[in-house]
Design a protein around this ligand. Structure first.
Ligand SMILES: [Zn+2]
Length: 60
């Protein structure tokens, strides 16, 4: 896959999205999490896209 993410370990979907948002409550910290569009599984929010990718790819 172009973003290096593994298919969802729960449903096998390859429709994996990186979600980012700005935490408005504490300024300008971006948070990233990765979510499966197939079954809705997601990682916890991470402080970088890299961390989110690692968190996703560690899932079994
Ligand atoms: Zn899934």
């Amino acid at each position: 896959m172009e973003n290096g993410l593994k298919p969802c370990p729960f449903c096998g979907s390859k429709d994996i999205r990186v979600i980012d948002r700005i935490n408005v409550s504490d300024g300008y910290h971006n948070f990233y999490h990765i979510k499966c569009k197939g079954c809705g599984a997601s990682t916890d929010e991470c402080k970088s896209m890299f961390d989110a990718n690692v968190a996703w790819n560690r899932r079994v």
